[in-house]
Design a protein around this ligand. Structure first.
Ligand SMILES: [Zn+2]
Length: 493
């Protein structure tokens, strides 16, 4: 029998002991996003106990400073960064009070997971590694600044409000990655562009008939990580179905509802159309024909795609013809998918657009929501302008969200070279070097601390943000070996 009780120490038997010891302590401290008070107290107490200089800023970010090892004062300062908060998800039948209960880590063969909840290795393992570095008396290294940010998971408000004088180092190791063997050197910035169209409501003619068409079963996926896969966009597909019918017979749109999340590729769309009774057979044939065109086009990529239609009660009103034309043209013309691939790195999407949703809303309005991403700031703004122009041509009012900046990969980076050399020396193989097409705190730091040289790596974590979250034990040792070796090899000022 394998009894695990609160407070029972099981992790500190693992190697490397300093990381696991601190990680186990961190597991006992509640720290959901925007509720980091307890973990902040724990860290400031830790700093005082170890006689380490520290400071806090207005939003709750913490910096703990370890002076250089005697004789190493001439080395560049290195910044280590993690985030203090975690995502709290639990199994429905597991009792857990996020404001006071400890997370119970469990060793499962090669992995550590938590009983019934997220483990918080994202990014508790980063915090633990920093604490282990801060208390390592034998580490021959220059000055180290450990930065702990708040609220990464629900808005990155810690990184957003970071002041550009909060730390001094010009080299930063971000400890919030989840794939051992991969060094991350870039991320995308993002921005939303939202269009609002107004239409006139027109009464429906008597001899009409109405169909509701639905497009469902698409793959969808994350609009950053999966935009390059070419999955179907339900809003685009519905638009094509309606455009195709309109080319042959007159239709009026009574409703349109496609997509949901701004950062998800739309998976479903529904539309109600009205047409003359005499066209009923033609409309049926047009939809059926077009279904087979689409299933040929997407083939195995969208095997579960389902396009159905059925006769429904006649609605009272439809949108006016002129605006309907503009609406369909706007959706047809609005770009979706990969706009550009990186010129420096293979297989990295540099710029993309997600046409996320289009919906009828109150007071005869339609809202069209889109997201633009790019690791190059100027390209992000260009993608926004593209969508804005297209929506404005259709007469829509357009607004952009504030957005967040990207981190442009630099394959000639000094810290990349150092980390790659350390990895090769320690594990006798080349690490993969990648950038991701989604947002990281690094983008915000990169924008604020001009000229900073950054890299991100970590042990292997699977199922982050779910109760299945787990961390691979052997990769924590590899992470520690790499981290300490890189720190020892930070060059002279
Ligand atoms: Zn994280």
């Amino acid at each position: 029998m394998n009894f695990i009780l609160p407070g029972m120490t099981i992790l500190r038997s693992l190697d490397p002991e300093p990381i696991w010891k601190y990680f186990e302590e961190i597991c006992t401290i509640p720290r959901l996003s925007k509720n980091e008070g307890k973990i902040r107290n724990y860290l400031t107490k830790f700093a005082k106990k170890n006689r380490l200089e520290f400071k806090e800023d207005k939003v709750g970010n913490i910096l703990i400073i370890k002076p250089a090892f005697p004789g190493m004062e001439n080395r560049k300062t290195v910044v280590l960064q993690s985030h203090l908060d975690m995502v709290g998800e639990k199994n429905a039948d597991y009792p857990h009070n996020w404001s006071k209960d400890p997370i119970i880590p469990v060793i499962n063969d090669r992995w550590v997971n938590a009983k019934g909840t997220t483990l918080g290795a994202d990014d508790g393992i980063g915090i633990a590694a920093q604490m282990a570095i801060l208390t390592d008396k034998n580490l021959k290294a220059g000055k180290i600044e450990c930065l702990f940010t708040v609220d990464e998971e629900t808005g990155m408000t810690g990184a957003i409000n970071l002041r550009s004088d909060f730390f001094t180092g010009k080299t930063l190791l971000n400890l919030d990655s989840e794939d051992e063997g991969i060094l991350f050197i870039g991320c995308a910035g993002g921005m939303d562009t939202v269009g609002t169209m107004h239409y006139k409501a027109v009464p429906v003619k008597n001899e009409s008939c109405a169909f509701e068409i639905s497009v469902t079963g698409l793959h969808g996926g994350h609009s950053g990580d999966e935009i390059h896969r070419g999955y179907g966009n339900s809003v685009k597909i519905m638009t094509r179905i309606l455009q195709n019918i309109s080319r042959h017979t007159e239709i009026a749109i009574a409703g349109f509802d496609g997509g949901n999340l701004r950062n998800g590729i739309p998976r479903e769309a529904f539309s109600t159309i009205v047409f003359d009774q005499s066209s009923s057979q033609l409309v049926t044939e047009l939809i059926e024909e077009f279904c087979s065109v689409l299933s040929d086009e997407f083939g195995d990529l969208e095997k579960e795609m389902k396009i159905t239609f059925n006769k429904v009660n006649l609605p009272l009103i439809v949108m006016d013809k002129a605006n309907q034309l503009k609406f369909l043209n706007a959706l047809t013309c609005c770009p979706h998918g990969v706009m550009a691939w990186s010129k420096e790195m293979d297989n990295l999407v540099e710029t993309s657009i997600n046409l996320a949703s289009a919906k009828f809303s109150e007071n005869n309005t339609i809202r069209i929501i889109t997201t633009q991403r790019s690791s190059v700031e100027s390209s992000k703004y260009d993608a926004c302008a593209m969508v804005e122009s297209c929506l404005k041509l259709a007469g829509a009012d357009v607004v952009h969200s504030d957005g967040y900046p990207g981190w442009k990969p630099n394959i000639k980076s000094e810290i990349l070279k150092i980390t790659r050399n350390s990895y090769l020396k320690l594990f006798d193989k080349e690490p993969m070097v990648r950038a991701i097409h989604a947002g990281l705190e690094c983008g915000l730091i990169y924008e604020k601390f001009k000229g900073i040289d950054m890299i991100s790596f970590g042990p292997t974590i699977r199922g982050a943000h779910t109760p299945e979250e787990m961390i691979e034990i052997r990769t924590v040792q590899m992470f520690w070996d790499l981290l300490t070796d890189v720190i020892r090899n930070i060059p002279l000022k």
